[in-house]
Every structure is written in C-alpha cells, then in structure tokens.
Design a protein around this ligand. Structure first.
Ligand code: R2B
Ligand code: URA
Length: 399
C-alpha cells in the first residue's frame, strides 16, 4: 500500500565531483561494491579509474627541458606539457623517443642533467617520425561512462572506442574489470568506461549505485554518462536512433517512483538538454541512419508492460493496445525501453551529465515480435555506438 509520496528533484552540478547523497557512507571504513567485485580496501580505485585529468586540443604549457612557454599540439595531452624520458632511452611504458618540441633547448635549463625529449602521445600530429602509441592509459581519467544492457555489446563498444581513439594495440585483449562477478562486465579504454547493466530498472539501479560510488571513491570529475541501448520504436522507422529528451513512465509522466521504507519516493527524470543537442549535432555527420530526438517511455516489463499481445499473459485487446500506444505517441513518446527513468533520476541526482541513446528494433505500431535477422539487429545495435563514439571523439578534439 502507498502510504505517502515524497518528491526529489533532479539537480545538475554543472560539472565537478560526483555527488553522493548518503551521510552513512562517510562513516564506513570500507565500501564493498559487491556486484562489481570491487572495493575501497581491495582496490586502489583512484589509480584504476584515474583522477589525472586529460585535456583535449592544443594546450598552453611549459616545455620542461627548456622551461619556455609552449603551445603543445597534443590532442590528448596530460596537463603536464609532455612526458619526458632520458634522451637515449625508451620510457618505462615503452614509447619510442620522438622529436624534441620545436624551439626546445633540450636540457639547457637543467645544467648537468641528461638531455631529455618530449614524448608526444599517439594523437599528436607528428607526421615525420614514428608516432609513439598511448601505452599508459592511467594517464586518462574516466571522463565518459557508457552503459548498455548486454555484456557482449559493451565489450564490443569498448573495442570500437579503442579503435576510434587510436589507442595502442588492437583492443582484442581488453580485460573485464568485473571478471570476479558475472553480474556485470566493465571495460576501460582510455577516458571511457564501458559497463553492462542488464535488463530492467532493478538491474540498472544496482549497477548505478555501485558505479556512482566507484566514481566518487575514484575522485572522478566532470563525468558524462550515456546509456546506449535498444528499444521499440513508436511511429518511427525500424533502425532509427532516438536521443531521449525526456524519460517518462508508463503513464507518460517524467518521474521515477521507488518504494523506500514503504513510502513512494518520486524522483524527477530530467536529462541534460545541452548534451541532447551535442549528440544531435554529431548525428548530422552520420547520414547512414535516421536520428531523432523524442520522449522515451520506460516500463517495468517487456510484454504486458509495453502493451504486447504476445506474452504468456495478456489481458487486453488489439484495439486497446493500439489506443494506448497511440496515446503514448501523441504525448511525444518515440521509443519504449526499460531503464531510462531510473537511469535519468539516479544520474541526475548525483550530478552526472546523462543521456540516453537507443536504436529502435521495430515499430510497435506495426507489431510486437522482433523479426529482423541477426545480421540486421547486429548492425542496428552498432548505431548508438557509432553516434556516441563520434561524440566522444568530438569532445576530445579528435572529431
Ligand atoms: C531494451 O531491451 C531490453 C529488452 O529486450 C531492455 O533492457 C531494454 O531497455
Ligand atoms: N527493448 C524493449 O524494451 N522493447 C522493445 O520493443 C525492443 C527492445
């Protein structure tokens, strides 16, 4: 029985640290992130997830050998102007030596010291010399978190991002950070974390509680989090990608209701409007599939909860189903899935810039069963990945 309703509104921090709104956490001397198989005593979370900020684009800095001001060409440069190694050798990470920054007077500023050279990162435009690869991804902090239902899809996404960012190696040997549990899978590629969340609100909610605490313990800042997923479309061509401007519940309301100690707590589901626009702008460069902005309806079930006639139970007629889906469409809903309201509410309250980008596997006004071939569905599932990878590239100045 519903005893009372409390409302909490979403608030963005405008960047900065992740907000943990739980006074009890501070009193705990250890936090076990059980479903991720990570913990504050067993793992060095700041080292694993990085609190070293990576800045994109040409950076003003100081040339360490000669101590002169310099504009560094790095696309992915650590705030220190560059990595320095003894002139003759290789860095500990194995990067080959590279040309000294133009105008650099070598080690003149440090009398008696061995000459040292700059090691540009892989993305540096140094055409004449073999370009050293980024070998030390701990130089990146976690700037983007991408979540999606399936562990395999999130591994494929991590490999795709690995390629798109031009990181060293082929990305085939990425390790699952949560290998100690089979609940979720997590991969890290440079500044991107790719994590699976399973199906439905309870599953995504558990993962997000632990992920958000992880980001907090790791002192990550200015994190952008994007759900890349699948959905059923409403009046849109199958294969379209929907960027969610508003996550609504099955009554078309922008709210996430959770029973806490027997009371219904109502949370807002605002998403970041600026991020929606940035993603839409990136989609303009990908003409191979339609991308649109619309409301996303989040349900507690795939079958009756989404008005399907093909579940093990069904208590309504085709006419009532179509009347409901048409009402959803009239309210601005363009796709239906099972995580967006909880995702928007939790991320919003904890100060993460959040977005939801889902491909539609069918048009629910045309049917219920997903009949596209495996190959077609595989290609559809890559569409949100391609859009989000393009967005990440553009944010990193690689665009
Ligand atoms: C989309 O697809 C899944 C159901 O097939 C569910 O996780 C969702 O939101
Ligand atoms: N995921 C859903 O939740 N619904 C669909 O119709 C398709 C994918």
């Amino acid at each position: 029985p519903v005893r009372a309703a409390m409302t909490e509104t979403t608030r963005y921090s405008g960047g900065g640290f992740v907000h943990i709104k739980n006074p009890h956490l501070e009193a705990m001397d250890e936090d076990v992130l059980y479903h991720l198989d990570l913990g504050t005593k067993t793992h060095d979370l700041p080292a694993m997830f990085g609190d070293v900020k990576v800045t994109a684009g040409p950076q003003p800095g100081v040339c360490r050998p000669c101590a002169r001001p310099a504009v560094l060409p790095s696309l992915l440069a650590v705030p220190r102007p560059c990595v320095l190694i003894p002139d003759s050798g290789r860095s500990a990470a194995g990067a080959r030596s590279a040309p000294v920054q133009p105008g650099c007077a070598g080690s003149a500023a440090v009398p008696g010291a061995a000459p040292r050279r700059h090691i540009p990162l892989r993305a540096d435009p140094v055409p004449a010399d073999p370009v050293p690869a980024v070998t030390d991804t701990s130089a990146f902090y976690t700037q983007f978190v991408c979540v999606g239902g399936s562990p395999n899809r999130m591994r494929a996404f991590a490999q795709f991002v690995h390629k798109e960012l031009g990181l060293e190696g082929d990305g085939e040997d990425l390790a699952d950070i949560c290998a100690g549990t089979d609940r979720y899978a997590m991969y890290r590629v440079g500044p991107v974390l790719s994590i699976s969340h399973g199906m439905g609100i309870p599953s995504v909610s558990i993962m997000l509680h632990e992920l958000i605490k992880l980001l907090h313990h790791a002192k990550c800042r200015d994190v952008t989090i994007i759900r890349i997923g699948t959905s059923g479309g409403l009046g849109v061509q199958a294969g379209s990608v929907v960027i969610t401007d508003r996550a609504v519940d099955a009554c078309f309301q922008p709210r996430f209701e959770q029973v806490v100690l027997g009371d219904v707590v109502v949370r807002g589901t605002d998403l970041d409007g600026g991020l929606v626009e940035e993603l839409l702008a990136c989609s303009k460069d990908i003409p191979d599939f339609p991308t649109l902005v619309g409301h996303t309806m989040c349900t507690y079930d795939f079958y009756e909860g989404q008005g399907r006639l093909d579940g093990a139970l069904c208590s309504f007629s085709n006419e009532r189903k179509l009347e409901y889906l048409q009402r959803a469409h009239d309210a601005g809903v363009r796709n239906i899935e099972m995580e967006s309201t909880a995702f928007a509410a939790l991320c919003g309250l904890c100060g993460l810039r959040a977005a939801v980008v889902c491909v539609t596997l069918l048009d629910r006004l045309q049917g219920d069963q997903i009949r596209a071939s495996h190959a077609v569905l595989q290609e559809y599932q890559q569409r949100p990945q391609r859009l989000v990878a393009a967005y990440i590239r553009s944010r990193l100045g690689l665009g």
